[in-house]
Design a protein around this ligand. Structure first.
Ligand SMILES: NC(=O)NCCC(=O)O
Ligand SMILES: [Zn+2]
Length: 369
Protein backbone atom coordinates (compact mmCIF):
# COMPACT_ATOMS: atom_id res chain seq x y z
CA UNK A 1 0.00 0.00 0.00
CA UNK A 2 1.50 3.37 -0.96
CA UNK A 3 0.76 4.88 2.46
CA UNK A 4 3.45 2.67 3.96
CA UNK A 5 6.26 4.54 2.21
CA UNK A 6 5.48 7.63 4.24
CA UNK A 7 4.77 5.77 7.46
CA UNK A 8 8.13 4.01 7.12
CA UNK A 9 9.91 7.28 6.34
CA UNK A 10 8.35 8.81 9.43
CA UNK A 11 9.41 5.82 11.53
CA UNK A 12 5.80 5.20 12.54
CA UNK A 13 3.67 2.08 12.65
CA UNK A 14 1.27 0.62 10.11
CA UNK A 15 -1.01 2.89 8.10
CA UNK A 16 -4.54 2.46 9.37
CA UNK A 17 -7.44 4.67 8.34
CA UNK A 18 -6.61 8.26 9.14
CA UNK A 19 -2.81 8.01 8.96
CA UNK A 20 0.32 6.17 10.07
CA UNK A 21 -0.47 5.87 13.77
CA UNK A 22 1.88 4.88 16.59
CA UNK A 23 0.98 1.23 16.70
CA UNK A 24 2.92 0.22 19.84
CA UNK A 25 5.64 -1.36 17.69
CA UNK A 26 8.55 -0.44 19.92
CA UNK A 27 9.90 2.30 17.65
CA UNK A 28 12.25 4.61 19.52
CA UNK A 29 13.58 7.84 18.04
CA UNK A 30 15.86 10.51 19.47
CA UNK A 31 16.03 13.85 17.65
CA UNK A 32 19.28 15.42 18.87
CA UNK A 33 20.84 18.86 18.85
CA UNK A 34 18.04 20.91 17.28
CA UNK A 35 16.18 24.01 18.32
CA UNK A 36 12.77 22.84 19.45
CA UNK A 37 9.95 25.25 18.62
CA UNK A 38 6.53 25.22 20.25
CA UNK A 39 3.69 27.75 20.27
CA UNK A 40 5.04 29.49 23.34
CA UNK A 41 8.85 29.44 22.83
CA UNK A 42 11.95 28.07 21.12
CA UNK A 43 14.64 26.22 23.08
CA UNK A 44 17.70 24.03 22.56
CA UNK A 45 16.36 20.58 23.38
CA UNK A 46 16.41 16.94 22.28
CA UNK A 47 13.15 15.12 21.64
CA UNK A 48 12.70 11.45 22.57
CA UNK A 49 9.80 9.53 21.00
CA UNK A 50 8.53 6.04 21.84
CA UNK A 51 5.81 4.33 19.78
CA UNK A 52 4.96 7.62 18.09
CA UNK A 53 4.52 9.47 21.40
CA UNK A 54 6.85 12.26 22.58
CA UNK A 55 7.94 11.15 26.05
CA UNK A 56 10.81 13.56 26.84
CA UNK A 57 11.89 17.02 25.74
CA UNK A 58 15.08 18.35 27.37
CA UNK A 59 18.69 19.14 26.53
CA UNK A 60 21.30 16.40 26.19
CA UNK A 61 19.18 13.25 26.40
CA UNK A 62 21.66 10.32 26.38
CA UNK A 63 21.29 7.84 23.50
CA UNK A 64 21.10 4.86 25.88
CA UNK A 65 21.06 1.78 23.67
CA UNK A 66 21.56 0.75 20.05
CA UNK A 67 17.88 0.25 19.30
CA UNK A 68 17.21 3.97 19.35
CA UNK A 69 17.21 5.64 15.95
CA UNK A 70 19.12 8.93 16.34
CA UNK A 71 18.33 11.84 14.01
CA UNK A 72 20.88 14.66 14.00
CA UNK A 73 19.02 17.99 14.01
CA UNK A 74 22.05 20.21 14.62
CA UNK A 75 21.41 23.66 13.12
CA UNK A 76 17.77 22.80 12.42
CA UNK A 77 14.40 23.62 13.90
CA UNK A 78 12.28 20.78 15.32
CA UNK A 79 8.56 21.64 15.24
CA UNK A 80 5.25 19.85 15.73
CA UNK A 81 3.63 18.79 12.45
CA UNK A 82 1.42 21.44 10.91
CA UNK A 83 -2.37 21.06 10.84
CA UNK A 84 -4.08 22.44 7.75
CA UNK A 85 -7.73 23.18 8.57
CA UNK A 86 -8.86 23.82 4.98
CA UNK A 87 -8.22 21.60 1.94
CA UNK A 88 -10.09 20.20 -1.07
CA UNK A 89 -8.55 16.88 -2.17
CA UNK A 90 -10.20 15.05 -5.09
CA UNK A 91 -13.12 17.49 -4.93
CA UNK A 92 -15.72 17.50 -7.70
CA UNK A 93 -16.17 21.17 -8.51
CA UNK A 94 -17.06 23.35 -11.51
CA UNK A 95 -17.33 20.39 -13.86
CA UNK A 96 -14.03 18.78 -12.94
CA UNK A 97 -12.10 17.24 -10.03
CA UNK A 98 -9.13 18.71 -8.14
CA UNK A 99 -5.97 16.92 -9.22
CA UNK A 100 -4.42 16.34 -5.80
CA UNK A 101 -6.00 13.32 -4.16
CA UNK A 102 -5.58 11.81 -0.70
CA UNK A 103 -2.24 10.34 -1.77
CA UNK A 104 -0.52 13.03 -3.86
CA UNK A 105 -1.90 15.79 -1.60
CA UNK A 106 -0.64 13.94 1.45
CA UNK A 107 2.79 13.42 -0.12
CA UNK A 108 3.06 17.15 -0.82
CA UNK A 109 1.86 18.08 2.66
CA UNK A 110 4.25 15.71 4.41
CA UNK A 111 7.16 16.99 2.34
CA UNK A 112 6.38 20.45 3.68
CA UNK A 113 5.87 19.42 7.32
CA UNK A 114 2.07 19.30 7.44
CA UNK A 115 1.02 16.06 9.12
CA UNK A 116 -2.74 16.49 9.52
CA UNK A 117 -5.47 18.25 7.56
CA UNK A 118 -9.22 18.74 7.54
CA UNK A 119 -10.98 18.39 4.19
CA UNK A 120 -14.55 19.33 3.29
CA UNK A 121 -17.00 16.53 2.52
CA UNK A 122 -19.37 17.69 -0.22
CA UNK A 123 -22.78 15.99 0.05
CA UNK A 124 -24.02 13.98 -2.96
CA UNK A 125 -27.21 15.68 -4.21
CA UNK A 126 -27.57 17.18 -0.74
CA UNK A 127 -27.22 13.79 0.96
CA UNK A 128 -24.71 13.86 3.82
CA UNK A 129 -24.30 10.10 4.31
CA UNK A 130 -23.60 9.53 0.61
CA UNK A 131 -21.10 12.40 0.71
CA UNK A 132 -19.29 10.90 3.68
CA UNK A 133 -19.16 7.45 2.06
CA UNK A 134 -17.67 8.99 -1.06
CA UNK A 135 -14.97 10.85 0.91
CA UNK A 136 -14.15 7.80 3.04
CA UNK A 137 -13.53 5.94 -0.20
CA UNK A 138 -11.35 8.75 -1.57
CA UNK A 139 -9.34 8.72 1.67
CA UNK A 140 -8.55 5.00 1.53
CA UNK A 141 -5.20 5.89 -0.06
CA UNK A 142 -4.31 8.33 2.73
CA UNK A 143 -0.75 8.60 4.01
CA UNK A 144 -1.29 10.93 6.96
CA UNK A 145 -3.88 11.97 9.53
CA UNK A 146 -7.01 13.70 8.32
CA UNK A 147 -10.41 14.82 9.51
CA UNK A 148 -13.57 16.11 7.83
CA UNK A 149 -15.69 19.21 7.92
CA UNK A 150 -18.93 18.89 5.93
CA UNK A 151 -20.67 21.30 3.56
CA UNK A 152 -24.44 21.78 3.76
CA UNK A 153 -25.88 22.51 0.33
CA UNK A 154 -29.61 21.79 0.74
CA UNK A 155 -32.11 21.92 3.58
CA UNK A 156 -34.86 19.50 4.57
CA UNK A 157 -35.76 17.32 7.56
CA UNK A 158 -33.47 14.56 6.37
CA UNK A 159 -30.44 16.90 6.21
CA UNK A 160 -31.27 18.15 9.69
CA UNK A 161 -31.42 14.55 11.01
CA UNK A 162 -28.24 13.58 9.17
CA UNK A 163 -26.33 16.49 10.73
CA UNK A 164 -27.08 14.97 14.10
CA UNK A 165 -25.87 11.56 12.90
CA UNK A 166 -22.65 13.15 11.59
CA UNK A 167 -21.93 14.74 14.96
CA UNK A 168 -22.95 11.84 17.16
CA UNK A 169 -21.76 8.87 15.11
CA UNK A 170 -19.01 10.13 12.83
CA UNK A 171 -17.26 12.86 14.81
CA UNK A 172 -17.94 15.51 12.16
CA UNK A 173 -18.84 18.63 14.09
CA UNK A 174 -18.12 21.55 11.76
CA UNK A 175 -20.46 22.43 8.88
CA UNK A 176 -19.72 24.88 6.07
CA UNK A 177 -22.30 27.01 4.30
CA UNK A 178 -21.34 28.52 0.93
CA UNK A 179 -22.84 32.00 0.53
CA UNK A 180 -21.36 32.07 -3.01
CA UNK A 181 -21.43 29.81 -6.11
CA UNK A 182 -24.98 30.65 -7.13
CA UNK A 183 -26.69 27.75 -8.88
CA UNK A 184 -24.44 25.09 -7.35
CA UNK A 185 -23.26 25.16 -3.73
CA UNK A 186 -24.77 28.49 -2.62
CA UNK A 187 -27.29 28.59 0.22
CA UNK A 188 -29.98 31.20 0.86
CA UNK A 189 -30.21 33.19 4.10
CA UNK A 190 -33.16 30.99 5.01
CA UNK A 191 -31.01 27.84 4.78
CA UNK A 192 -28.13 29.54 6.58
CA UNK A 193 -30.44 30.44 9.47
CA UNK A 194 -31.77 26.89 9.72
CA UNK A 195 -28.23 25.57 9.61
CA UNK A 196 -26.96 27.98 12.28
CA UNK A 197 -29.80 26.94 14.56
CA UNK A 198 -29.09 23.27 14.00
CA UNK A 199 -25.37 23.80 14.68
CA UNK A 200 -26.26 25.55 17.91
CA UNK A 201 -28.53 22.73 19.05
CA UNK A 202 -25.81 20.13 18.28
CA UNK A 203 -22.93 22.13 19.75
CA UNK A 204 -21.36 22.05 16.27
CA UNK A 205 -19.35 24.83 14.63
CA UNK A 206 -20.89 26.73 11.71
CA UNK A 207 -18.47 27.86 8.99
CA UNK A 208 -19.14 30.20 6.08
CA UNK A 209 -17.63 30.96 2.69
CA UNK A 210 -18.61 34.63 2.83
CA UNK A 211 -19.34 36.31 -0.50
CA UNK A 212 -22.68 37.64 -1.73
CA UNK A 213 -23.36 35.08 -4.48
CA UNK A 214 -26.26 37.03 -6.05
CA UNK A 215 -24.14 40.16 -6.37
CA UNK A 216 -21.20 38.11 -7.70
CA UNK A 217 -23.44 36.78 -10.51
CA UNK A 218 -24.45 40.37 -11.29
CA UNK A 219 -20.80 41.50 -11.23
CA UNK A 220 -19.81 38.68 -13.57
CA UNK A 221 -22.51 39.67 -16.08
CA UNK A 222 -21.28 43.28 -15.93
CA UNK A 223 -17.75 42.16 -16.87
CA UNK A 224 -18.98 39.99 -19.74
CA UNK A 225 -21.14 42.90 -21.03
CA UNK A 226 -18.02 45.07 -20.97
CA UNK A 227 -16.14 42.45 -22.99
CA UNK A 228 -13.83 41.53 -20.08
CA UNK A 229 -13.49 37.76 -20.35
CA UNK A 230 -9.95 37.13 -19.00
CA UNK A 231 -8.88 36.11 -15.47
CA UNK A 232 -8.75 39.76 -14.33
CA UNK A 233 -12.54 39.77 -14.77
CA UNK A 234 -12.72 37.25 -11.93
CA UNK A 235 -11.35 39.74 -9.36
CA UNK A 236 -13.21 42.72 -10.87
CA UNK A 237 -16.55 40.90 -10.70
CA UNK A 238 -16.39 40.03 -6.99
CA UNK A 239 -14.78 42.99 -5.16
CA UNK A 240 -14.00 43.13 -1.42
CA UNK A 241 -17.29 44.88 -0.65
CA UNK A 242 -19.15 41.65 -1.49
CA UNK A 243 -16.95 39.69 0.89
CA UNK A 244 -17.40 42.32 3.59
CA UNK A 245 -21.18 42.32 3.15
CA UNK A 246 -21.52 38.53 3.40
CA UNK A 247 -19.11 38.36 6.35
CA UNK A 248 -21.13 40.99 8.18
CA UNK A 249 -24.44 39.26 7.33
CA UNK A 250 -23.20 35.87 8.53
CA UNK A 251 -21.79 37.38 11.72
CA UNK A 252 -25.08 39.13 12.47
CA UNK A 253 -27.15 36.02 11.78
CA UNK A 254 -24.84 34.03 14.06
CA UNK A 255 -25.33 36.72 16.69
CA UNK A 256 -29.10 36.50 16.26
CA UNK A 257 -28.91 32.71 16.77
CA UNK A 258 -26.22 33.12 19.46
CA UNK A 259 -23.83 30.53 18.06
CA UNK A 260 -20.09 30.71 17.23
CA UNK A 261 -19.03 31.32 13.63
CA UNK A 262 -15.88 30.36 11.68
CA UNK A 263 -15.22 32.45 8.55
CA UNK A 264 -13.07 30.50 6.08
CA UNK A 265 -10.54 32.15 3.74
CA UNK A 266 -10.71 35.76 4.92
CA UNK A 267 -9.17 37.53 1.91
CA UNK A 268 -9.87 41.25 2.43
CA UNK A 269 -9.57 43.99 5.02
CA UNK A 270 -13.32 44.50 4.54
CA UNK A 271 -14.07 41.02 5.91
CA UNK A 272 -11.32 41.15 8.52
CA UNK A 273 -12.66 44.43 9.93
CA UNK A 274 -16.13 42.93 10.33
CA UNK A 275 -14.57 40.09 12.31
CA UNK A 276 -12.51 42.51 14.42
CA UNK A 277 -15.61 44.56 15.25
CA UNK A 278 -17.64 41.50 16.25
CA UNK A 279 -14.83 40.21 18.44
CA UNK A 280 -14.45 43.60 20.13
CA UNK A 281 -18.12 43.34 21.01
CA UNK A 282 -17.57 39.92 22.56
CA UNK A 283 -18.98 37.70 19.81
CA UNK A 284 -17.31 34.33 19.19
CA UNK A 285 -16.02 34.58 15.62
CA UNK A 286 -12.98 32.72 14.25
CA UNK A 287 -11.30 34.18 11.15
CA UNK A 288 -9.12 31.99 8.93
CA UNK A 289 -6.80 33.67 6.41
CA UNK A 290 -5.16 31.40 3.81
CA UNK A 291 -1.59 31.37 2.54
CA UNK A 292 -2.41 32.85 -0.88
CA UNK A 293 -4.28 35.79 0.66
CA UNK A 294 -1.48 36.47 3.13
CA UNK A 295 1.42 36.49 0.67
CA UNK A 296 0.14 37.26 -2.85
CA UNK A 297 -1.60 40.17 -4.54
CA UNK A 298 -3.94 40.36 -7.53
CA UNK A 299 -1.32 41.59 -10.02
CA UNK A 300 -0.93 37.96 -11.17
CA UNK A 301 -4.48 38.03 -12.53
CA UNK A 302 -3.42 40.67 -15.05
CA UNK A 303 -0.58 38.55 -16.46
CA UNK A 304 -1.05 38.47 -20.26
CA UNK A 305 -0.31 34.73 -20.28
CA UNK A 306 -3.63 32.95 -19.54
CA UNK A 307 -1.92 29.85 -18.11
CA UNK A 308 -0.12 32.03 -15.56
CA UNK A 309 -3.02 34.32 -14.66
CA UNK A 310 -5.58 31.51 -14.35
CA UNK A 311 -3.41 29.75 -11.74
CA UNK A 312 -4.34 32.58 -9.34
CA UNK A 313 -8.11 32.36 -9.78
CA UNK A 314 -9.76 31.44 -6.49
CA UNK A 315 -12.71 32.71 -4.46
CA UNK A 316 -12.87 35.07 -2.73
CA UNK A 317 -10.23 36.50 -5.07
CA UNK A 318 -6.64 37.32 -4.17
CA UNK A 319 -6.89 41.06 -3.48
CA UNK A 320 -4.95 44.22 -4.38
CA UNK A 321 -1.63 44.71 -2.57
CA UNK A 322 -2.29 46.02 0.93
CA UNK A 323 -4.97 43.53 1.93
CA UNK A 324 -2.26 40.87 2.39
CA UNK A 325 -0.22 43.03 4.81
CA UNK A 326 -3.36 43.95 6.77
CA UNK A 327 -4.29 40.27 7.06
CA UNK A 328 -0.77 39.45 8.29
CA UNK A 329 -1.07 42.16 10.94
CA UNK A 330 -4.50 40.88 11.99
CA UNK A 331 -3.08 37.38 12.30
CA UNK A 332 -0.20 38.50 14.48
CA UNK A 333 -2.51 40.48 16.76
CA UNK A 334 -5.05 37.67 17.19
CA UNK A 335 -7.93 39.21 15.23
CA UNK A 336 -7.49 36.26 12.87
CA UNK A 337 -6.65 33.01 14.58
CA UNK A 338 -5.25 30.27 12.36
CA UNK A 339 -4.00 29.73 8.82
CA UNK A 340 -5.30 27.27 6.22
CA UNK A 341 -4.11 26.62 2.68
CA UNK A 342 -7.47 26.14 0.89
CA UNK A 343 -5.37 23.75 -1.23
CA UNK A 344 -7.61 23.21 -4.28
CA UNK A 345 -5.46 22.41 -7.28
CA UNK A 346 -6.36 22.29 -10.95
CA UNK A 347 -3.87 21.76 -13.76
CA UNK A 348 -3.47 24.05 -16.78
CA UNK A 349 -5.79 21.89 -18.91
CA UNK A 350 -8.55 22.25 -16.34
CA UNK A 351 -7.93 25.99 -15.92
CA UNK A 352 -8.17 26.32 -19.72
CA UNK A 353 -11.90 25.45 -19.54
CA UNK A 354 -12.24 29.18 -18.96
CA UNK A 355 -9.83 30.46 -21.59
CA UNK A 356 -12.59 32.51 -23.26
CA UNK A 357 -14.74 33.14 -20.16
CA UNK A 358 -13.32 33.65 -16.65
CA UNK A 359 -16.58 32.29 -15.16
CA UNK A 360 -15.58 28.81 -16.33
CA UNK A 361 -12.08 28.80 -14.81
CA UNK A 362 -12.21 26.27 -11.95
CA UNK A 363 -11.75 28.25 -8.73
CA UNK A 364 -8.86 27.19 -6.55
CA UNK A 365 -5.13 27.60 -6.03
CA UNK A 366 -2.22 25.54 -4.85
CA UNK A 367 -1.99 26.01 -1.10
CA UNK A 368 1.72 26.77 -1.17
CA UNK A 369 2.06 29.59 -3.70
N1 LIG B 1 -11.53 28.76 -2.76
C1 LIG B 1 -11.68 28.31 -3.99
O1 LIG B 1 -11.54 29.08 -4.92
N2 LIG B 1 -11.96 27.02 -4.24
C2 LIG B 1 -12.28 26.04 -3.30
C3 LIG B 1 -13.70 26.06 -2.91
C4 LIG B 1 -13.91 27.11 -1.88
O2 LIG B 1 -13.39 26.97 -0.76
O3 LIG B 1 -14.56 28.10 -2.16
ZN1 LIG C 1 -12.03 26.10 0.34
Amino acid sequence: HPAHEFCAAAGGGGGGAGGCGGGGDGTRILIKGGTMVNAHRAEEADVYIEDGVVVAVRPNIPVGDDNVKVIDATGKYVMPGGIDPHTHLEMEFMGTVTIDDFYSGHAAALAGGTTMHIDFVIPVNGNLTAGLESYKHKAEKSAMDYGFHMAITKWNDEVSREMEVMVKEHGINSFKFFMAYKGSLMVTDDLLLQGLQKCKSLGALAMVHAENGDAVAEGQQRMIDLGITGPEGHALSRPPVLEGEATSRAIRLAKFVNTPLYVVHVMSTDAMEEIAKAKREGQRVIGEPVVSGLVLDDSWLWDPDFATASKYVMSPPIREAGHNKALQAALSSGILQLVGTDHCTFNSTQKAFGSDDFRKIPNGVNGKP
